[in-house]
Design a protein around this ligand. Structure first.
Ligand code: SAJ
Length: 407
């Protein structure tokens, strides 16, 4: 397993729990050391127990270098670089890392969300390094090594459940590639393996996340419309969703995470002229944090020394992941504009992230301290402890609830 992050580590642990020996590879030495001690570096329900028992049973171990294996699964990040261009550097590095140990009969699966055509590129990169082997883009079903793309589709917070239960799209560079990859997944999934081409599998994954992004953008746009027209957006959506063919997602402070806020750009980059709607959705969702900042600034005008409790920094509920988080953008903007003292509460982290830690006016505090001391309370993430706050504690304060949980 190349990449021991939010997808690679759970997948490695599930495979190991089925008795399959797994060597996990990661460039981060601390991650490797931690896993070898049976510990984990991310927050995900039940993952700690599963990793510990796999390590104790001797089925899972981690290292920084790739070693020979029968199957290689690549689950490294595919972020975007400048101007929303996909950055495949980590996939390429993983492929180059495994090329020297590759042998006839091996299987390679790319799980990292990738622009259409990436799996073909992987085959070409490998051929450049291993002229002694035949790859699928050259030899199709007769290739020495099989290469497939099977995008991960698990929802953070439910990873161990979804990893096993979800259907799996398995796209091969040839039919044989897809069949070999499906054989591996059938060892641990209860869902169905849906076989297709690698290009289709790549697009399917991007389409799923773009679909969600467009739906959330619609909800976010409606939240602005409701604000202007003095209608309660939560009530309006609840009622609209009672129609048997309407299912609008929830508005919020913006869309974060390393998937939904990123993947639609991979489609837009490959087909810029054809993606008006997908690009507009990205813009609507990216602009939402600014609307929240405006609402906070307006509320702050009523205070001589505004003290603002910002509840949550993660990109969504009950996880520790801050990547592309709208909450981070919002508190950063409040600090840069010196709106007042910002008391941040985030139960899943111990220190503010790099991009916030040197800004003045921001403090990471416990929930009680933040509620006691602030006149404005902004709910940015619907973490369980925030949902459970006794409403009496909010009395007399200006409340901005971006997730609609305190209605
Ligand atoms: N959000 C809203 N309103 C909603 C739902 C979500 O504002 O109604 C926001 C969240 O707060 C968060 C962002 O959208 O900031 C994304 O959260 P999410 O729960 O929608 O999705 P992710 O990014 O955690 O996981 C998605 C999932 N994709 C789909 O549901 C189509 C998951 O299945 C994928 O495996 C994952 O992306 C991925 O890795 O690609």
């Amino acid at each position: 397993m190349l990449g021991l992050g939010y997808v690679g580590l759970p997948t490695a642990a599930v495979l190991a729990s089925r008795g399959i020996p797994v060597a996990g590879v990661d460039i981060n030495v601390q991650t490797v050391d931690l896993i070898n001690q049976g510990k984990i570096h991310i927050v995900e329900p039940d993952l700690d127990i599963m990793v510990r028992s796999a390590v104790v049973a001797g089925k899972l171990r981690a290292a920084v270098a790739v070693e020979p294996a029968d199957a290689f699964i690549i689950a490294v990040p595919t972020p975007f670089a400048n101007e929303h261009k996909p950055d495949l550097g980590q996939v390429r590095a993983a492929v180059e890392g495994l090329a020297p140990v590759l042998k006839k009969g091996d299987l390679i699966i790319i799980e990292s969300t990738s622009p259409v055509g990436t799996t073909e590129s992987v085959s070409e990169w490998l051929a450049g390094q291993r002229a002694d082997l035949a790859f699928p883009h050259q030899a199709g079903g007769e290739a020495d090594v099989q290469i497939a793309h099977s995008p991960e589709r698990v929802l953070p917070g439910r990873v161990l459940l979804e990893l096993v239960r979800n259907d799996r799209v398995v796209g091969g560079l040839s039919a044989r590639c897809a069949e070999r990859a499906a054989e591996l997944y059938r060892l641990f999934i209860d869902g169905e393996c849906l076989l297709t081409s690698a290009r289709t599998a790549e697009l399917v994954k991007l389409a799923e996340n773009a679909y969600r992004d467009v739906n959330i953008a619609f909800a976010n746009e409606l939240s602005l419309v409701c604000g202007r027209l003095n209608v309660d957006v939560w009530e309006a959506l609840e009622l609209a969703n009672r129609h048997p063919r309407v299912d609008i997602l929830k508005p919020g402070p913006g869309v974060g995470g390393h998937c939904i806020a990123v993947d639609p750009w991979f489609i837009a980059d490959s087909a810029p002229a054809e993606t008006t709607l997908i690009q507009a959705a990205r813009q609507v969702n990216d602009a939402k944090p600014d609307h929240v900042v405006e609402a906070i600034k307006k509320a702050a005008e009523a205070f001589s020394v505004p003290r603002i409790a910002c509840l949550g920094l993660a990109y969504k509920a009950d996880i520790d992941d801050l990547r592309e988080s709208p909450a981070v953008k919002i508190v950063k903007s409040l600090a840069l504009d010196r709106i007042g003292e910002v008391l941040i509460v985030e139960p899943h982290i111990r220190a503010l992230p790099e991009e916030l830690k040197n800004l003045s006016g921001l403090k990471l505090v416990e929930m009680d301290a933040a509620l006691d001391r602030s006149g404005i309370v902004v709910l940015l993430v619907d973490h369980q402890p925030f949902k459970a706050i006794d409403r009496a504690r909010l009395q007399g304060k200006v409340v901005i609830d971006t997730r609609g949980v305190w209605r």
